[in-house]
Design a protein around this ligand. Structure first.
Ligand SMILES: NC(=O)C1=CN([C@@H]2O[C@H](COP(=O)(O)OP(=O)(O)OC[C@H]3O[C@@H](n4cnc5c(N)ncnc54)[C@H](OP(=O)(O)O)[C@@H]3O)[C@@H](O)[C@H]2O)C=CC1
Ligand SMILES: O=C(CO)COP(=O)(O)O
Length: 333
């Protein structure tokens, strides 16, 4: 059994902690919110992010990062990618031994187009990194916390490391973990699907139904594949759990924060009003910004992503965007 430090007691950090505690690991959860930590330590629940949840009593919440990192084998980052550099920088200052880094957050950095694995290697001294694994796939915290059957993937360039993390998280009762050695494909699939999930919420908010959603998922996957392959991903990864799997769950679920945000936009709210009304992170917004800039640099055609960018950042009317998408030049599929 390992000692595992979870950085971020949000909805996904808490659900992943439950799996790790079920598997018998020593789980130390770090968060900056003392009230939330008291809820975890005393009431064994997370009322802020997962109301009604029942967390194993063995999960221990820490407000002090150094204590949370002491003697740990694995560091699992689950904070919004917007604050990832800042949080990693703090970890770099407090960590005094090498550990395996696992990331469960999903996003690409605007301007640099960096994935979290690249940000980790920039922010953490190499002597402190034993390996890096991205844990990603179709998995909403709200269902994992109820131990509903879920399948994800441990992605790494280092097969041994991926296999070790697969063993840490796999639970025969409800959480099955595969491995994949295409880190680029897995990280990009998990990030780019959030843009299409925003689009799916927008079309639902506008009142469109299943035909439109199926079309969006299919053409959205084409865009994800185009950009990811151009960036070095293996095409087949986009057809696995970390690509189409995650796209389907996020673009069709009421649990999805990206879908929920898109729905509000489809209903007439602008981006600021939408984000102000959300209590949890909507990663697709930043990833859309990154994909928009990156696609222009790499000369990749992403009409849906560009339309979402205009709706989010240029206040374009979603109906107008749909009209333009529908009247593009006719072509073979
Ligand atoms: N929720 C889900 O079902 C899934 C989420 N993910 C990914 O996991 C990541 C986290 O998502 P999720 O758990 O939903 O997010 P939440 O909004 O539920 O939680 C975010 C967590 O990050 C912490 N945090 C925010 N800013 C900072 C900061 N500056 N320093 C330290 N901690 C900070 C928050 O702490 P505080 O409360 O103090 O603000 C909170 O603990 C995202 O990238 C998301 O895409 C992936 C799969 C499933
Ligand atoms: O990545 C997720 C499910 O796999 C969670 O997506 P949301 O952030 O849209 O809820």
């Amino acid at each position: 059994m390992s000692t595992i430090t979870v950085i971020g007691a949000g909805s996904w950090g808490s659900a992943l902690s439950l799996i790790l505690a079920d598997n018998g690991h020593l789980v130390k959860v770090y968060d900056r919110d003392e009230e939330l930590l008291e809820d975890i330590n005393k009431n064994h629940t997370n009322s802020k992010y997962l109301p009604g949840s029942l967390l194993p009593e063995t999960i221990k919440g820490f407000n002090n990062l150094r204590d949370a990192l002491e003697n740990t084998d694995v560091i699992l980052t689950v904070v919004p990618t917007k604050v990832m550099r800042l949080v990693l920088n703090q970890i770099n200052q407090e960590l005094n031994h090498p550990a395996i880094f696992v990331n469960a957050s999903k996003g690409i950095e605007p301007k640099t187009f960096k994935r979290v694995s690249e940000i980790v290697s920039e922010e953490i001294e190499s002597k402190l990194i034993k390996g890096f694994v991205a844990l990603t796939g179709p998995s909403h915290a709200e269902e994992v916390i109820d131990r509903q059957l879920t399948l994800v993937t441990a992605a790494s360039d280092d097969v041994k490391c991926a296999t070790f993390i697969q063993g840490c998280f796999n639970n025969d009762e409800y959480f099955r973990v595969y491995t994949v050695n295409d880190l680029i494909g897995a990280e990009l699939g998990g990030s780019l699907k959030n843009i299409i999930a925003l689009a799916s919420g927008i079309i639902a908010g506008l009142g469109y139904g299943d035909n439109t959603r199926a079309a969006l998922i299919t053409r959205g996957l084409t865009e994800m594949r185009r950009l990811a392959v151009k960036a070095g991903a293996k095409e087949e990864t986009l057809f696995g759990l970390t690509g189409i799997g995650d796209l389907v769950v996020t673009a069709t679920s009421k649990h999805s924060r990206n879908f929920q945000a898109g729905y509000k936009i489809g209903n007439g709210k602008n981006l600021k009003e939408t984000l102000d009304s959300m209590t949890m992170v909507v990663e697709g917004v930043r990833s859309c910004e990154a994909a928009y800039e990156w696609a222009q640099k790499l000369n990749v055609e992403l009409p849906i992503t560009f339309a979402i960018y205009d709706i989010l950042f240029n206040y374009k009317n979603p109906k107008e965007s749909l009209k333009e998408l529908m009247s593009r030049n006719l072509k073979p599929e």
